[in-house]
Design a binder for this molecule. Structure first.
Ligand SMILES: Nc1ncnc2c1ncn2[C@@H]1O[C@H](COP(=O)(O)OP(=O)(O)OP(=O)(O)O)[C@@H](O)[C@H]1O
Ligand SMILES: [Mg+2]
Length: 392
């Protein structure tokens, strides 16, 4: 069990900075996910926590103790790699037992033939076998213990790699994209297995992925990284509902959030594309900004309904029918070259090429400034009369 703290951790390779001032306080037993685009520094950060790579500056503490001077195995954390890193010439049992034999037996007690003369080895090995079998039972890989890694499927190899980490009873599990070599169906299955494993072990998990679905479904908290920095740290629900940055908004959620350019008019009025409705912001007049609308925030307005709220005139370009729901792809008539995706329960009798009016609640608007930072939306009424009354 471990609390893992990172204080101002930075890393440069030669003159390239890949991590800048990372601060993180990961609670004992927490499932924390580092998510972000390729090259943002996720693997480098988790390798620094594991002790496989030294940081350029900053401190790592485990249970309050600085561990910067400790070697990987002395930190009592276990790393699970994307490539599994199993030894091909060893059986599954030997692979899983390896951390324990390394820990409990001397070099000569591990040398083939010579080891047969060790009485201590004969005493220790049954203990190790029991421990490996107990972990193998938890992961349902007992029948595979005598096989070689080449004789296993991807999912089975992944379990062996997990098992090898579990036998050490580490303070924390560090996992770098452990599911990315599995096919889509198995990945979904292993996602729930890992979540259940975390609930059972109650150990700290630090998990790296570039898959936002994994981050959203498995984690207690998510740290979204970009270019060596943490853009936002929060629960999956917080990142989805209140992204602090346009990049977070675009990364989290599938299909991705719809982003439309807007201009800030006089008095901080945001000119919504093709819509009489207005919102207000403290961003400077004349500046460029953008709004984000989640696919479920937009809905089709029945023909003949009042159109003085927030609306978008749109033409249906494509229908993606997913069975339980549909993604409707629209081109926007007021914003040539821009489109939106609408999540709908059914096709609603629509056909491609049809023109419709999409409505949305102004409370669902995410506003971002020219740099992509979240800006506050101050709503004023959509109704023209009230709008005049609200304008000094
Ligand atoms: N040993 C190294 N020497 C020089 N540059 C490196 C080294 N290791 C990583 N980098 C660089 O550091 C940056 C971050 O790499 P890192 O592997 O941490 O990214 P990542 O977020 O894990 O990406 P991915 O999702 O593709 O695995 C990249 O630009 C990479 O090229
Ligand atoms: Mg990586």
């Amino acid at each position: 069990m471990a609390r893992v703290e990172l204080e101002s951790v930075s890393k440069s390779f030669a003159d390239t900075t890949v991590l800048s001032g990372i601060n993180l306080d990961i609670a004992d037993g927490e499932f924390l996910t580092l998510v972000g685009p390729s090259g943002c520094g996720k693997s480098t950060l988790i390798r620094i926590i594991a002790g496989l790579e030294p940081q350029t500056s900053g401190q790592i503490r485990i249970n309050g103790e600085p561990v910067d001077h400790l070697r990987p195995h002395e930190r009592r954390v276990a790393m699970v790699f994307q490539s599994y890193a199993l030894y091909p010439h060893m059986s599954v049992f030997a692979n899983m037992a390896l951390p324990l034999t390394m820990q409990r037996l001397s070099l000569w007690e591990r040398v083939p033939l010579l080891r047969l003369f060790s009485a201590r080895r004969r005493r220790v090995m049954p203990e190790i076998r029991r421990e490996v079998q107990s972990v193998a039972a938890q992961l349902q890989i007992e029948p595979l213990l005598n096989r070689r890694p080449a004789q296993l499927s991807g999912g089975q190899r992944q379990r062996v790699a997990l098992g090898r980490a579990m036998v050490r009873h580490p303070n924390a599990f560090l996992m770098d994209e452990p599911l990315s070599n599995l096919d889509a169906k198995l990945r979904v299955h292993m996602r729930s297995e890992l979540t259940e494993l975390h609930q059972r072990l109650k150990t700290t998990f630090i998990y790296v992925t570039h898959d936002q679905v994994e981050a959203m479904t498995m984690s207690d908290r998510v740290a979204m990284m970009d270019a060596g920095r943490i853009l936002q740290l929060g629960t999956p629900a917080e990142l989805y509902a209140r992204p602090s940055n346009l990049k977070v908004a675009q990364f989290i959620g599938s299909p991705a959030i719809n982003v439309l350019p807007v201009r800030i008019g006089d008095g901080g009025m945001v000119e919504l594309p093709g819509s009489p409705a207005m919102i207000h912001t403290s961003l400077p007049p004349g500046s460029a900004a953008s709004i984000g609308l989640r696919p479920e925030a937009l809905h089709l307005l029945p023909s003949g309904s009042p159109r003085d709220g927030a609306v978008l005139n749109a033409r249906l370009r494509r229908i993606e029918n997913l069975g339980a729901e549909c993604m409707l792809h629209f081109d926007l008539l007021a914003l040539p070259g821009h489109g939106v995706i609408v999540r709908a329960a059914s096709i609603k009798g629509l056909s491609v090429g049809e023109e419709v009016v999409l409505g949305y609640d102004i409370a669902s608007i995410h506003l971002f400034d020219a740099k992509g930072e979240r800006a506050e939306v101050l709503p004023i009424s959509a109704h023209p009369a009230q709008r005049e009354a609200a304008t000094p």
